[in-house]
Design a binder for this molecule. Structure first.
Ligand code: ARG
Length: 461
């Protein structure tokens, strides 16, 4: 079954029947074929330019590589059981197409620098795609924020009613999280965009290669400075996975809030049917499966990061086959996160908000307590004392089943005479929100200013 291996020269005995499959990465690293071929084309051109191999061989190799690419593109390529990985598969087919000249492609390189190069090219593209999807999601958040600039809502700490906000502020909180995620991916890109090719197996090469030329050809920002580090380094993959796990964590927090806010008990938001499913037994159910799975899949994203860090720890320099385990976590994280981002954008855009119910909820729960305390402070009462007074006021109001605004002067006086000067009824949830007129606060003009700023930033995306 096994074909002749590229490395068979020093071997006398056959491999164990399970080893071929155990050792192979072709089942998943075929995803790298375009990036592998791209790297090989640049390498072959350079070998020709530097007269390391004859120009006509380099040209034949480049043509042959494009022919292989077309075969894979059109699903005509036949992967053999004995193709260990995508690098071997492409080279095998290249030799079948152009003959022995194909054997010159692997001059002055090793699979160790080859795979690191292809993988970095893949992660570079993945980051570009992810950032674009983050931007789409941010646009959906921005739109909702714009639409809900005048929607007053309760906000929570400990999931207990805390203070009134404008709902735009809540949407923009997720916008800011995703902004950091986009920045984090870009920041990681600086360390992804370094070309390891030319490190060969680990020590560099005896041939007069031109690494800078190849890097320019491949659009790399810079070249690696240490051949041992370059073939062993997967920091860029770990960073990518951390950025993915954290973005997933943000999506998961949103998902959790959507599950809560669309629940019957809260019922201040509604997800369109498109993002829900029914129950096989309970006909009345509409379950928020999409946000639930978004929350659940974040577990995997965290797992991929831990997988990568665990593979790397304890590895001696330079390349070790353990590093082949770097790819699946990255591929999987990429697929999961891109789908999650697409759904998050569409779901956010389609989210229905019950403004009246939110406004009514913002009237409940004594959420203007801080505002009353602050007014006492303005009147000269130390904050700690004011806190105590309003605490008593809340206790009294709960016992009487009254809102602050419904208390008589006499009742206020009985709690504390200093409360009589405060017109609690006038502190509406909206007034409360607009009182938070500090940078980053939920006052209307602060949010409106941030929205304007975001509009300017979005033009640069
Ligand atoms: N499939 C391998 C990987 O993904 C390619 C590098 C193999 N290098 C080696 N020396 N066996 O890591």
């Amino acid at each position: 079954m096994a074909g002749k291996k590229a490395w068979s020269g020093r071997f006398t005995e056959p491999t164990h029947p399970l080893v071929e499959e155990f050792n192979a990465s072709i089942g998943f690293d075929r995803l790298l074929y375009k990036h592998d071929i791209m790297g090989s084309v640049a390498h072959a051109k350079m070998l020709g330019r530097q007269k390391i191999i004859p120009k006509k061989d380099a040209e034949a190799i480049v043509r042959g590589l494009f022919a292989v690419e077309r075969e894979i593109d059109s699903h005509k390529f036949r992967f053999n059981a004995s193709d260990e990985d995508i690098h071997m598969a492409v080279e095998r087919r290249l030799k079948e197409i152009i003959g022995p000249a194909g054997g010159k492609l692997h001059t002055a390189r090793s699979r160790n620098d080859q795979v690191a190069t292809a993988f970095r090219l893949f992660v570079r593209d993945a980051i570009g795609e992810i950032v674009e999807l983050i931007r789409d999601f941010q646009k959906a958040l921005y739109k909702q924020a714009n639409a809900h600039l005048d929607t007053i809502a309760p906000a929570y700490t400990h999931l207990q009613p805390a203070q009134p906000i404008r709902l735009a502020h809540w949407f923009l909180a997720y916008f800011e999280m995703m902004e950091r995620d986009a920045q984090r991916f870009y920041d990681a890109l600086a360390r992804v965009d370094v070309m390891p090719l030319g490190s060969a197996a680990l020590a560099g090469t005896n041939f007069p290669i031109d690494r800078e030329w190849v890097a320019r050809e491949l659009g790399f920002d810079s070249i690696s400075q240490n051949s041992m580090d370059a073939v062993a380094d997967r920091d860029f993959a770990a960073e990518f996975l951390f950025a993915a796990a954290l973005a997933g964590t943000h999506l998961s927090r949103l998902a959790e809030e959507l599950v809560i806010f669309t629940s019957r008990e809260f019922s201040v938001m509604e997800l369109p049917d498109a993002f829900c499913t029914g129950s096989s037994i309970m006909p009345q159910k509409k379950n928020p499966d999409v946000p639930e799975l978004m929350r659940g899949k974040t577990g995997r994203l965290n797992g991929y990061l831990v997988t990568m860090l665990t593979v790397m720890k304890g590895l001696p320099l330079a390349y070790n086959k353990d590093l082949q385990e770097d790819k699946e976590p990255v591929f999987e994280a990429f697929f999961q996160l891109t789908t999650m981002l697409k759904l998050a954008a569409d779901m956010t855009g389609a989210l229905r908000v019950d403004k009246a119910k939110l406004a009514a909820r913002a009237e409940d729960g004594y959420m203007t307590a801080v505002d009353i305390a602050d007014r006492l402070v303005i009147g000269g009462t130390p904050f700690r004392e004011a806190h105590e007074i309003v605490g008593k006021l809340v206790k009294y109001s709960i016992a009487e089943g009254k809102k602050f605004g419904e208390l008589s002067k006499g009742e206020l006086k009985a709690v504390d005479a200093r409360l009589m000067k405060i017109n609690a009824a006038a502190i509406t949830p909206q007034k409360s929100a607009d009182g938070k007129d500090t940078p980053g606060g939920t006052a209307r003009r602060r949010i409106a200013a941030r929205l304007k700023q975001i509009e300017r930033e979005m033009k640069k995306w």
